[in-house]
Design a protein around this ligand. Structure first.
Ligand code: UTP
Length: 289
């Protein structure tokens, strides 16, 4: 029997539907200063749509309607964006500009948004743990909105949920990166068990080029099982003194509960200025052609 078949057999009984998507959005966005001094990084627009709206639309495309957002100080614009603006809407009612709000209105109508604040920015793992009261004891998706993903036919999160529904364990999205860039990411080591799917047995946060076990880097899309919370609760700070999601995932990987998926599609690192410009050009081309 192929390894992937064996894994499916073990994992099937724990499978549950993914109903919620967590958006850790409390980070300072220091790479984008001064733009992010008073404005959330997640509200930076790619053409005319803020990054976080792309993320929410991707989750919707994957069948999720419950959006749980971890915010922080200075991030109130995110809540306002996913709310009605009566004055503005009244002002443009009946004009040609009304259509510019149709996408966001559709998002607001279809989704439920919940929020919590991360008081101290202690890292991505800590931000995920902060979201626990919004998620509860169920498997969930995570989108880092500054990683903008695009696939015209099937959203990256949708592809990942399809894998989760077969195996019932954590799924992290990976892409091959230039060996010079591995130190910017969590990097995995694993055995390919099916087309594009790896059973992870080791992962490390921001390794040097020499330490990196591969060039398969984790990007900002995850499907997590609720066990991640109890691990995060007792996890000591890791790289850069932050509570690292990678370290928590490593513990689950050691129990055979993490798969990596080399997703189909494009990904733009919009947390960096160059990735942001690349995404802007790409989406502008799409809109104007
Ligand atoms: P990043 O390290 O990319 O974001 O975190 P950052 O800290 O905002 O950006 P730079 O590096 O200073 O430019 C990845 C994701 O995790 C969230 C961020 O908002 C981002 O979506 N995050 C990070 C939190 O929500 N809380 C944290 O304490 C750290």
């Amino acid at each position: 029997m192929a390894i992937s078949e064996k894994l499916k057999k073990i994992f099937d009984k724990d499978s549950k539907k993914i109903k919620k998507c967590l958006f850790p959005a409390a980070g300072y966005g220091t790479r984008f200063l001064p733009a992010t001094k008073a404005m959330p990084k997640e509200m930076l627009p790619i053409v005319n749509k803020p990054l976080i709206q792309y993320g929410v639309e991707e989750a919707l495309e994957a069948g999720i309607t419950n959006m749980a957002i971890v915010t922080g100080r200075g991030k109130r614009a995110i809540e306002d964006h996913f709310d009605i603006s009566y004055e503005l809407e009244n002002q443009i009612k009946g004009t040609s500009k009304e259509s510019l709000l149709s996408d966001i209105r559709a998002v607001i109508n279809r989704c439920v948004f919940t929020y919590t604040r991360q008081i101290e920015m202690k890292g991505l793992g800590h931000a995920v743990l902060t979201g626990k009261p919004l998620i509860g004891e169920e498997p969930f998706a995570v989108i880092l909105a500054d990683d903008l993903c695009f696939n015209e036919n099937s959203a990256v999160l949708k592809q990942m949920i399809e894998i989760y529904e077969q195996y019932g364990v954590c799924v992290v999205a990976v892409q091959e990166v230039n060996p010079e860039d591995v130190s910017k990411y969590g990097v995995i080591k694993g055995e390919e068990v099916d087309d594009r799917i790896y059973k992870v047995d080791y992962m490390v946060e921001k390794p040097s080029k020499e330490e990196a076990p591969s060039n398969l880097a984790v990007i900002g899309r995850y499907i997590l099982i609720p066990e991640i919370f109890s691990i995060l609760e007792t996890l000591p700070p890791g790289k850069n003194g932050e509570i690292q999601l990678t370290d928590a995932l490593l513990k689950l990987a050691e129990e055979g509960k993490v798969l990596a998926y080399k997703f189909k599609g494009k990904r733009f690192d919009c947390g960096s200025v160059s990735g942001f410009v690349e995404a802007t050009n790409f989406f502008f081309e799409r809109i104007t052609n």
